[in-house]
Design a protein around this ligand. Structure first.
Ligand code: E4P
Length: 214
């Protein structure tokens, strides 16, 4: 399973890359805004440290506009993936970009039918948002199960990026369901490391080691 960092914060990305645990990055306009930098600058900075796919999102609403934005993003780094919203125009753009060998990540996916449409349109990745579904009392992980069943039935090549993860359990459940990728904010990545019994055990062993040396 691949881990993507869902952030445009270069320092958080660098920390995960240094550990050898970052397989890619996803961004969106809100994350870019939080970074305090302009999109092109920050994506180029990220591309210097990340070899895996970096998803970049535009704001165009029509297919021609999305393709134009996508072609521009693709010039910034060879590993750029263009994020396309799950709309009719978006699906036209996915088809057009894939004909130009530009990779796409269909975003804002909230149902299995949307995921299936994105896959049929030729998306490289599809991003179902589990946390935002949980927020409105729908089971986000049930959607991942549905999508994985469908994609497995038809050996669909489109990879599933579990997005809008809010805690480590989302990541673990994604892994159990065989999702290809989980993209996570730095806080979720950090939480994956933690267990109070690990800290307690380290402290205990340190203490006992010191005692045994006397
Ligand atoms: C996905 O690629 C999005 O950037 C992201 O996961 C959205 O998460 P949020 O619901 O926490 O904003």
């Amino acid at each position: 399973m691949k881990f993507f960092m869902d952030t445009a914060d270069v320092e958080s990305i660098r920390k995960a890359v240094d550990l050898g645990l970052c397989d890619g990055v996803t961004t969106n306009p809100s994350l870019i805004m939080k970074s305090g930098k302009d999109q092109k600058t920050v994506i180029k900075e990220i591309a210097k440290i990340v070899k895996g796919p970096i998803s970049v999102e535009g704001v165009a609403e029509d297919a021609a506009g999305m393709v134009k934005e996508g072609e521009e993003f693709a010039k910034w780094a060879p590993n750029v993936v263009v994020k396309i919203p799950m709309t009719r125009e978006g699906m036209r753009a996915v088809r057009m970009l894939s004909e130009k060998d530009i990779k796409t990540n269909v975003t804002l996916v909230f149902s299995a039918s949307q995921a299936l449409l994105a896959a049929k349109a030729g998306a490289t990745y599809v991003s179902p948002f589990v946390g935002r579904l949980d927020d409105v009392s729908q089971d986000g992980m049930a959607l991942i199960e549905e999508i994985m069943d469908i994609f497995t039935n038809y050996e669909i090549k489109t990879e599933v990026i579990v997005a809008s993860t809010r805690h480590p359990i989302h990541v673990v459940q994604s892994a159990r369901l065989g999702a290809h990728i989980a993209t996570m904010p730095a806080e979720v990545f950090e939480k994956m490391f933690r267990h109070p019994l690990t800290d307690k055990g380290i402290a205990q062993f340190k203490e006992d080691y010191a005692k045994s040396k006397k």
